[in-house]
Design a protein around this ligand. Structure first.
Ligand SMILES: Cc1cc2nc3c(=O)[nH]c(=O)nc-3n(C[C@H](O)[C@H](O)[C@H](O)COP(=O)(O)O)c2cc1C
Length: 220
């Protein structure tokens, strides 16, 4: 189910009806991977939900993945890192969706040659939740397609002991790439890029999940 394609307010929803908690994580070799899509934009009038809906369709269509969504625009995390009631309430919503994930896809726009501050804030509020898990990157923006934001995120996730997969998906002049109904004007290239990225994510997700079963990752 797609959301609105005009994306006019910060509260424009990203469809979150898939609940990764319904996945049965019994067998680390064969069970589908729980993947949390982290939607990074929170700008008033944002375009993000259009790209997020397209991406969610690909996540849902992948047999090895069960998606969950954390939308930065839907979080109310303070930037002070104080354990206030406000922070505790916000974390109660977000943290389980990160902790339970076997893998992540981070969707980021590019603001001033990097990724949004709100996305960094959600990342920084967490630590072990990212550890020894793979991260796929999807970016969008103007001429550069958000590639600088994606490359900056690699540095951040390396610090958090997460593994960013090699291939990315990027949308150059994102607004012009989709029609008024939120459909890609030319879906073949992005669709192929998404398949490559998600297949790499699944490989890493399975490999790391099995490895952690045998030897928990302690960060040394
Ligand atoms: C403050 C700001 C800075 C931006 N800086 C860049 C930039 O450095 N490179 C780029 O390609 N696009 C840039 N853009 C364009 C955004 O990437 C584009 O508008 C995108 O749709 C923003 O995502 P959002 O609509 O989900 O917030 C910028 C937009 C804003 C609002």
């Amino acid at each position: 189910m797609n959301t609105t394609t005009t994306a006019n307010t910060t509260t424009d929803p990203v469809n979150t009806t898939d609940a990764a908690s319904t996945a049965d994580p019994v067998n680390p070799t064969t069970a589908p991977l729980r993947v949390t899509l982290l939607v990074g934009s929170n700008r008033h009038g944002r375009f993000g939900p259009v790209v997020a809906d397209w991406l969610l369709d690909h996540l849902r269509a992948h047999d090895d993945l069960v998606p969950e969504v954390v939308d930065v625009a839907g979080t109310d995390l303070p930037t002070t890192f104080a354990p206030s009631p406000e922070a505790t309430a916000a974390l109660a919503e977000i943290t389980p969706k990160l902790a339970d994930a076997d893998a992540f896809v981070v969707l980021t726009p590019e603001y001033n040659h990097s990724f949004p501050a709100g996305l960094k804030n959600v990342i920084d509020w967490h630590f072990t939740e990212w550890r020894a898990k793979p991260v796929g990157l999807v970016s969008y923006g103007g001429l550069a397609g958000g590639l600088r934001a994606a490359e900056h995120l690699r540095q951040v996730f390396a610090e958090l002991h997460a593994v960013t997969v090699r291939d990315t998906v990027s949308f150059h002049n994102a607004g012009a790439s989709f029609d008024g109904e939120g459909r890609l004007r030319d879906p073949s290239g992005p669709g192929a890029a998404a398949k490559t990225m998600l297949d790499q994510l699944v490989w890493w997700g399975r490999a790391l999940r099995e490895a952690k079963e045998k030897r928990p990752y302690d960060g040394v």
